[in-house]
Design a protein around this ligand. Structure first.
Ligand code: GH3
Ligand code: MG
Ligand code: MG
Length: 396
């Protein structure tokens, strides 16, 4: 993805460049400083980030010029005078250059980058609404299809599963409620998010649709910004659930989740669950096993170890390969005592593998405000288990 930044201040250009190179490694950025340079560009870009006031364009002529490229434009400025500009409704975002500006930009661009691989369907009997919403969704990078009513939407969903449904409630043929019911018989809330937009005046209708399985709603008329923020939020959650299934997040040898999963997804799951425990496990004297029976046998034992763990935990628990022969189990909705029971079950069913006997030590925690904090506490207890003789479970 190629992004063009038009900014006349060399200092601010440097700041942006520096910030983006740290936070957006997978995107190509090009920097220019004037309207003149913009007009001389031969290439086109996927996204434009432009300063509102330039020495050679003070009234937004460069924005007018860019609109013809039909690509999203983000305008930045030190002042909020742009809010009165006629271009205000024709760009995706207006960002004031305050201390939050670059953070927000990075979040927006990351989401835009991911949205390019996602498909949304807008379902509404009014062509005007469809067009309006479609334009907004396109401007945040999504691919968009449309349907006039519920049954047409269902047909489209059956042919190829989209990633987001935005639907009206009152429609001829099949209305929103029936559509939501139908979708939910095949897909859960995290498998296919649904957002309602309706001029429905009765709150009961929205509540009922939420109970039927819609994820969120907006009342018409709504602000463009609000739709963008809510849709992007919904897709952030959707992404983290989708990527759980992704092979990218699995360790090749054992099939446990890897560190990438831990750092990108587990963090979100951690926040969602009120009660949760973490177990850190480490095989005892594993180096000796490798030295005695060979590295290949060591590998097989690691696989067998993970299989044994998985056999003794719930489907909703996660096993992560934390290091070589060190593993982490994340148990949502489990207290330390419940986690301990699971670990004891693992201990009891871990007999031997091809004649090789081995044991493990474990530390368990359900304390800590953040994921790293909880890991640290469990890790400390694991260390204690090792110190005090191995082959044991420590919970405090
Ligand atoms: P302790 O009881 O203190 O945990 O002792 P240990 O020998 O298990 O721990 P140490 O950290 O000293 O050694 C870990 C060993 O695990 C060293 C390393 O070669 C081995 N190891 C790490 N990853 C793999 C792997 O993927 N396959 C195999 N076969 N061995 C591995
Ligand atoms: Mg070990
Ligand atoms: Mg170790």
């Amino acid at each position: 993805m190629k992004v063009l930044v038009l900014e006349d201040s060399s200092t601010y250009r440097k700041i942006i460049k520096n910030y983006f190179s740290k936070n957006l490694v997978f995107i190509d950025f090009y920097f220019i400083a004037s309207f003149e340079e913009l007009k001389n560009l031969k290439q086109s870009y996927d996204l434009y980030i432009v300063d509102f006031v330039l020495p050679d364009s003070q009234d937004g002529r460069h924005i007018e010029y860019l609109l013809s490229k039909k690509k999203p434009i983000i305008v930045m400025s030190q002042y909020d005078t742009f809010k009165n500009s006629p271009y205000k409704n024709r760009i995706v975002e207006f960002i004031i250059k305050d201390k939050y500006a670059l953070d927000y930009l990075v979040t927006f661009i990351k989401r835009y980058y991911k949205n390019q691989n996602l498909n949304a369907i807008i379902v509404d009997d009014s062509r005007m609404v469809r067009n309006y919403v479609k334009k907004i969704l396109l401007s945040i990078g999504l691919n968009v299809d449309e349907a006039k009513d519920g049954s047409m939407a269902l047909d489209k969903i059956k042919t190829s599963k989209p990633d987001l449904i935005i639907t009206d409630l009152n429609m001829p043929k099949m209305d929103g409620e029936e559509l939501i019911e139908n979708i939910r018989s095949d897909y859960t809330r995290t498998e296919l998010p649904i957002m309602m937009i309706s001029d429905e005046k009765v709150d009961d209708k929205f509540l009922k649709a939420l109970k039927l399985g819609a994820n969120d709603y907006l009342k018409k008329p709504f602000l463009k910004e609000e739709l963008i923020l809510r849709v992007n939020n919904l897709l952030d959650i959707y992404d983290s659930f989708q990527s759980i299934k992704g092979k990218l997040q699995l360790d090749n040898l054992t099939g446990a989740f890897n560190r990438f999963f831990l750092e990108t997804t587990l963090d979100n799951l951690f926040m969602i669950h009120e009660t949760k425990s973490i177990v850190m496990l480490d095989i005892d004297h594993f180096k000796k096993i490798n030295d005695t029976y060979g590295h290949q046998m060591g590998d097989e034992i690691l696989k067998y170890f993970v299989a044994t763990i998985k056999n003794n935990i719930r489907k909703t628990d996660y096993v992560v390969r934390y290091g070589g022969e060190e593993f982490l189990i994340f148990l949502p909705d489990a207290t330390k005592e419940e986690a301990k029971k699971a670990v004891e079950k693992i201990k009891n069913s871990l007999t031997e593998y091809k004649g090789v006997k081995y044991t493990f030590s474990a530390g368990i925690a359900d304390e800590g405000e953040t994921l790293p904090e909880m890991i640290k506490i469990a890790d400390k207890r694991l260390y204690k288990a090792k110190e005090t003789g191995r082959n044991r479970i420590v919970i405090d």
